[in-house]
Design a protein around this ligand. Sequence first.
Ligand SMILES: NC(=O)c1ccc[n+]([C@@H]2O[C@H](COP(=O)([O-])OP(=O)(O)OC[C@H]3O[C@@H](n4cnc5c(N)ncnc54)[C@H](O)[C@@H]3O)[C@@H](O)[C@H]2O)c1
Length: 377
Amino acid sequence: MTGHVLITGGAGFIGSHLTDMMLERGFEVTVLDCLSPQVHGDAEMDVDGWPVYLNPGAHRIRGDILDDGVFEGALSGVTHLCHLAASVGVGQSMTNIVDYTRNNVMGAAVVLETLSRVPHTVQRIAVASSMSSYGEGEYRRIDGSAVAPPTRGHDQLARRDWELELEGESLAPVPTSEDKPLQPTSIYAINKRDHEEMFLSVGRALGIPTIALRLFNVYGSRQALSNPYTGVAAIFISRLINDQPPLVFEDGEQRRDFVHVHDVANAFATVLESDLRIWDAFNVGSGQAVSVNEMAFTLAHLLHKNIAPRILEQYRVGDIRHCFADIGKIERVFGIRPERSFEDGMAELIDWVRVARKPTDRSEACLQELSVSKLVV
Ligand SMILES: NC(=O)c1ccc[n+]([C@@H]2O[C@H](COP(=O)([O-])OP(=O)(O)OC[C@H]3O[C@@H](n4cnc5c(N)ncnc54)[C@H](O)[C@@H]3O)[C@@H](O)[C@H]2O)c1
């Protein structure tokens, strides 16, 4: 199936890769993006003010989905919608609560109300949700039973006692499946949960198949390296390129699921192309658990920097210990499996870093800001 896909936030990290892939698959693509300064401020732009990496084959609309008529104006001839536009930053969302909620929740509301109010040709919707909605990942007790533990309390974290326990029993992290109850612990995560539920509920009411993809930690080329609120790989690269140690919360042994942007774009492209009439949420991850320390050492090695991470032994309020994806459901339903290994994905990222503009390291200022707000303890 082909058609005309509108990608909100299409000039961003994930959106630009999805733009390439949808064009390759024969779709007409329109990118709607406000070119947020926090994301694009330090990037290399063309004469018209768009990121140089953005595929020239896509139509471009510069506009904010919150502004009157902008989203409606972009809908002409659109058959597929992929909604990626959002403010993306867990820590920042805890201080800029109004901005995050306005952009993320009201942004989703504008998109959905427009679809329910005006005549249009949209037949299929995909929306970016996030693993952050899970809060803590899934664990097993010693007897093998599954458990979704509450987040760690202040008393435990104040003792620098990082691992999860329940009633004095140590818990073992296991891959997190879509059945785990959502327990978002930040405004961003709450926004993303709302996003997902709003899209699934209105999509169902309108009879438009809608799929929410719960993305795990996405990495790869074109991620905004100078944005201190974005992904950990980009933040660590920015530190290392500037000969500074990556700043690591807790002891660095917390594990995440780093999924390459190619696999994320492939997941969006595949669910958009599919003709399954469903309304559901799916994990998009690599299925591998990698510690934050491993990420820091791998990046230092690949960038030829002999710099060890600085282990802060401090914690970010609301941070979770371990969360990595069970990727069985998306494979069973759509046949989607990760194609990029961690090694290949990291090589793609580093090749791009070598030719990208040198990033400005803003991590210390960001840490200071979070400490002042008592969000880092
Ligand atoms: N990167 C990750 O690890 C990750 C993980 C989970 C979920 N997600 C989700 O994936 C989506 C894309 O993330 P990304 O990493 O590409 O982020 P990004 O910041 O690179 O891209 C987001 C784009 O949206 C645009 N935008 C923001 N608000 C807008 C508005 N009101 N109107 C129009 N454009 C707007 C920005 O200018 C930017 O180009 C987001 O919804 C994010 O929440 C990302």
